[in-house]
Design a protein around this ligand. Structure first.
Ligand code: C2O
Length: 597
């Protein structure tokens, strides 16, 4: 704690990203220090409260000064809540270093062609007089659109490699922000990572915004809009055909060859193994997963967006939101080539942007953000200044370096784009409990074979056995703090299952599934086709900063609706089944918790 009060000694930052671009009226070092010390006091009270953050470093004195300055930039200058805020800062492009592919794998260079000093401009919304760009579903586009889109990508591919608008540089934006090329300013030990937390949606929205505008500018079409991969609806549950023509600039040869056939169905819960089921079963499983991730398991903001990430926090797979975890991650791995050393291109963050399909995949991820906000009264953006003020830098269509904040991108209509409307078939999917299906099957079996064995109960692993290596499916009885709650109480507080202390190698594909009250051990454990399925944990291979310590991840699943569907809300305990699917993982423990946000 004492470290929090060490005096600030820093000078005015030399990083051009942090220099004010407009006059703020608050410039003297004394004023900066006043902000700085206030912030420190707030920091002490806030570090203890949420229990979500991890490995928070003692604040560096120079950083404190920088953050103090961060609060006095721009129009928010006089809002005291922002002066106390601790948002993620844009990276210092001059300090971009090599990115690493995996934990032990090679490093790659994916820094922007930054030959500073550069003038960095603050983001401005596009003129409302611009025509709206309507992003079409990829399976619904016509020939004229495909021609236009191919031409735009072709032109982008033929820009010189050191042009920040070139396809190579655009792909490298993802690599640099995701594979440890940047430190957080003031935290040389902590890499900047835009996945696994509440900055996932806004970062990728802004990234696509500029990518789309660059393409539009290259073909001189201010209405050009990226297509979206409508994987949440049956006609979009395959690789969109526009990406599969080997002669098209939209093609990428480094993909899973089996999945590159548009007649092969996409499994949104893909576990690195093709289990071919009937199209009806696959659709049911996919729609159930979508419903879990968008509706029943995403009733609180932190469950949908992911948990807070503030300056100095390491985003180490700790706080993924539901959609980011699945199907977003699964589709990355499903698309990448399993024969490549690091599941390139889509199956690793450093290379994902090299496949044009990446931007189409992320357009649908982005669409989920818009849709989620229409699903109920509490489905709103965060108002925490630590989210709103978090910032990134991108090159725009005129090669300007632009500093953007999360608060700039909350409303896609203000960014002048929208999505083509299509039916949303996952809104009210009805699941069937596996237990019921079994009972029917057993009744039938008993008639036919008089002495058929009754369903076997899974063996139970005691909570005291944790931490443990998850090398087989295990079931654990977990106590619930509250039961038989009223509708109003359930609205207010979401019951969540927390899988804590998850350890694994971040350079590998890892997946395990979670089911509730799936006690019959005679069949396969519950999957998204069954009511009992609570969710899944997925890691796309990536690397934090080279040499960074390894962190334990946390999985949080909203289960209030699920317990109701299972008729289990009056029980004192719930049986949690953990099923390893891919890779090696160690689990620290399980608990039930109740959250309001
Ligand atoms: Cu930045 Cu789909 O990942």
């Amino acid at each position: 704690m004492a470290a929090c009060f060490s005096p600030a000694t820093g000078a005015i930052p030399t990083n051009p990203l942090l220099r004010p671009t407009s006059s703020t009226g608050l410039k003297s070092p004394h004023q900066l220090l006043a902000f700085t010390s206030k912030r420190r006091i707030s920091r002490i009270s806030c570090t203890s409260s949420d229990g979500i953050r991890n490995d928070r470093k003692a604040p560096a004195t120079r950083r404190d000064l920088l953050i103090g300055m961060g609060g006095i930039y721009g129009s928010a200058a006089l809002d005291p809540s922002i002066a106390f805020a601790d948002p993620i800062q844009p990276p210092d492009l001059t300090k971009c270093g090599p990115a690493s592919v995996t934990t032990t794998g090679p490093t790659v260079q994916c820094c922007p062609p930054f030959k500073g000093p550069h003038n960095i401009i603050d983001f401005k919304l596009p003129s409302p007089r611009e025509l709206v760009r309507t992003r079409p579903a990829a399976h619904l586009v016509d020939k004229a659109y495909i021609k236009k889109y191919e031409r735009a990508i072709q032109l982008m591919r033929s820009l010189p490699d050191d042009d920040p608008r070139s396809f190579k540089q655009q792909a490298d934006v993802h690599c640099a922000y995701c594979n440890g090329a940047y430190d957080q300013i003031g935290f040389p030990e902590t890499g900047l990572q835009v996945h696994f937390s509440w900055i996932f949606f806004p970062f990728h929205r802004l990234y696509l915004y500029f990518f789309e505008r660059i393409l539009g500018k290259l073909i001189d079409d201010p209405t050009f809009a990226l297509p979206y991969w409508n994987w949440d609806s049956p006609p979009g549950m395959n690789m969109p055909a526009i990406f599969t023509d080997p002669n098209s600039p939209l093609y990428d040869p480094i993909r899973n060859p089996t999945h590159s056939d548009p007649s092969f169905m996409l499994d949104l819960d893909w576990s690195r193994e093709d289990i071919v089921v009937s199209p009806e079963e696959q659709i049911k499983s996919n729609l159930n997963l979508m419903n879990t991730q968008m509706v029943s398991g995403a009733k609180k903001r932190t469950l949908f967006f992911g948990t807070p990430l503030k300056a100095g926090d390491a985003a180490a797979n700790t706080g993924q939101g539901s959609i980011e975890r699945s199907p977003h991650m699964n589709i990355h791995i499903w698309t990448g080539d399993p024969k490549q050393a690091h599941t390139e291109d889509m199956g690793n963050f450093y290379s994902a942007g090299r496949d044009p399909i990446f931007y189409c995949h992320h357009a649908n991820v982005d669409r989920m953000w818009d849709l989620w906000k229409t699903l109920g009264p509490r489905r709103t953006d965060f108002t925490d200044p630590d989210w709103l003020e978090a910032a990134f830098v991108f090159y725009d269509e005129d090669k300007n370096l632009v500093r953007c904040k999360v608060k700039d991108c909350l409303d896609s209509r203000k960014l002048n784009y929208d999505y083509q409307k299509v039916p949303i078939p996952w809104l009210d999917t009805k699941r069937t409990p596996k237990a019921k299906k079994k009972t029917l099957a057993n009744a039938f079996a008993t008639e036919k074979f008089a002495n058929a064995a009754p369903p076997k109960k899974r063996e139970l692993t005691p909570l005291s056995a944790f931490p443990l290596v998850l090398n087989k499916a295990i079931s654990v009885v977990v106590p619930r703090g509250k039961r038989s709650r009223s509708v109003a109480e359930k609205e207010e507080e979401e019951e969540i299952l927390v899988v804590e202390g998850i350890e694994f190698d971040r350079g590998n594909v890892v997946k395990f599934d979670v089911a509730l009250n799936d006690e019959d051990s005679t069949g396969a454990p519950a999957g998204p086709q069954d009511t009992e399925f609570a969710g899944t944990f997925v890691n796309v291979p990536h690397r934090e900063k080279a040499g960074a310590p390894s962190f334990k991840a946390v999985l949080r699943l909203g289960i209030t609706d699920l317990l109701d569907d299972l008729g289990a809300d009056d029980d004192d305990t719930v049986v949690v089944t953990l099923v390893p699917k891919v890779g090696e993982v160690k689990i620290g423990g399980l608990k039930i918790d109740y959250i309001t946000d």
